[in-house]
Design a protein around this ligand. Structure first.
Ligand SMILES: [Mg+2]
Length: 450
């Protein structure tokens, strides 16, 4: 009987701002980071979960992990996973912590790390990757993972059950695709960071095209003139009529009218969608942008949508063409299952958010679950080719597809030496104590002018 005996949290930061990896219209110098949680047990297994952040503030999420993780210490794993919805409700029920949420922001991101660590532990104990844990569940068992509070005006447990039963048709054929590593098509953002020069961009587009990618995403929202040049360059390389798809991402820099105006200018480059055109909280704003760009460019959002309730409203308002859940900003696997079911009910395709350290490791499971169990439809999934070397079981692609993860657990276990080298502020061996780190620590924060 596996019992959780203790936990640790770790503030891990990678200095990606040095080469502008991850840079976009809003985030000029992100340091890809993980608020990382380890659940130790009385067995050989430990559960590893993390939440992605981009540097400063990662310590806040770690502090919140320190407030939530004690709730599972001394608990038996079997008791935690037997009625998952009840466990999830228990973990979100500390009313003093709810006051600084509820179910959003720092406390919810910390919950994501803790919940995902439990799933990782469960997968390891059962000897299964997390996607397989769910693929082996009955529809009733999947529904039992979800806290339906605040959802039943859009989706009831009975409706969810019905949807899951319908999707069982064809599951065996889809499982073959999963086994052949052809279930999840990958798209690339490698060339698209706003801080990259034209030569680097062209070279990376050519390289990823040669590797078999068919979907390419570019950041926009710096200046219209430069964006036109960059999109024009991208279309030169990938063409208009070779089956290659272009997407663009503004990372929330615009107001609603600006988004419509700006994207009308970029519509000639035929992007499939504009991602995060405005604030992720602005449900009616997204609906207005979608209406304004109808027939020209689709609207996508989700990486900073804070919970299932906002996703529900985006769907009810007909505000999005593509839904992009994050694996850990919302409260872990359980809440993502609810969001995937909502998307399926409203017939909106998913493209999970994967632009961050550890996110591809997580989302490869989620897209596989959606394909096998929830929508039954193939979707595409971002693959960012950075920082995978820090994981014991890194996400991989071949021929433009994710290689299905086979190792037990949730794939985000980091190598102990990486945890040590990049811990913040860290011990004597930490990179953050080096001379090179001073450039970031004392550097420009990229603030708006005062
Ligand atoms: Mg994005």
């Amino acid at each position: 009987m596996t019992t959780i005996t203790s936990f640790t949290s770790h503030d891990v930061r990678f200095p990606t701002s040095l080469d502008k990896t991850g840079s976009d219209g809003m985030n000029r110098g992100p340091d890809y980071s993980a608020a990382y949680c380890i659940l130790q047990t009385n067995s050989e297994h430990s559960g590893h979960g993390m939440t992605f952040t981009i540097g400063r503030g990662n310590d806040l999420v770690c502090n919140a992990i320190d407030l939530i993780a004690p709730l599972v210490v001394s608990r038996k794993l079997d008791d935690l996973v037997r009625n998952w919805a009840q466990t999830w409700r228990y973990l979100t029920s500390d009313s003093q912590l709810r006051w600084v949420g509820p179910e959003k922001g720092v406390v919810h991101m910390a919950l994501g790390a803790v919940v995902n660590a439990i799933w990782d532990l469960w997968g390891k104990v059962e000897g299964k990757p997390v996607w397989k844990l769910i693929a082996d569940m009955t529809p009733e068992e999947v529904v039992r993972c979800i806290d339906f509070r605040y959802l039943t005006d859009a989706l009831t447990p009975d409706e969810a059950l019905e949807l899951l039963r319908e999707t069982r048709v064809g599951k065996a054929e889809r499982m073959e695709k999963v086994q052949q590593n052809r279930a999840v098509s990958a798209y690339t953002t490698s060339a698209g960071w706003l801080g990259y020069g034209k030569d680097k961009m062209r070279a990376l587009l050519k390289q990823t095209l040669a590797e078999g990618f068919k979907h390419f995403k570019l950041k926009v929202g710096g200046s219209l003139e430069e964006d036109k040049e960059r999109l024009s360059l991208a279309r030169e390389v990938i063409g208009y009529d070779q089956g290659n798809v272009l997407m663009v991402d503004a990372n929330q820099v615009w107001s609603v009218p600006e988004a419509i105006e700006y994207m009308t200018e970029l519509a000639e480059f035929k992007p499939w969608f504009i991602e995060e055109p405005t604030s992720p909280d602005d449900i009616l704003g997204h609906a207005a942008i979608r209406k304004g760009l109808k027939g020209k460019v689709g609207v996508a959002t989700g990486e900073m949508v804070q919970n299932r309730i906002v996703f529900k409203q985006l769907l009810q308002a007909g505000a999005i063409d593509v839904l992009q859940p994050d694996a850990c900003r919302v409260g872990g696997v359980n809440e993502v299952l609810a969001i995937l079911l909502l998307a399926h009910k409203f017939k909106v395709p998913i493209v999970p958010h994967s632009g961050g350290v550890g996110l591809p490791e997580y989302t490869q499971h989620l897209s596989t679950i959606d394909y096998l169990v929830i929508s039954g439809e193939k979707s595409i999934l971002e693959y960012v080719d950075h920082l995978h070397e820090h994981f014991l079981e890194p996400a991989q692609t071949e021929a433009g597809h994710y290689v299905t993860p086979r190792a037990p657990g949730y794939s985000v276990q980091m190598k102990p030496e990486s945890l040590e080298e990049f811990s913040f502020p860290g011990g004597p061996k930490s990179w953050w104590r080096s001379e090179a780190a001073k450039g970031i620590l004392n550097g420009d924060r990229g603030l708006a002018p005062l």
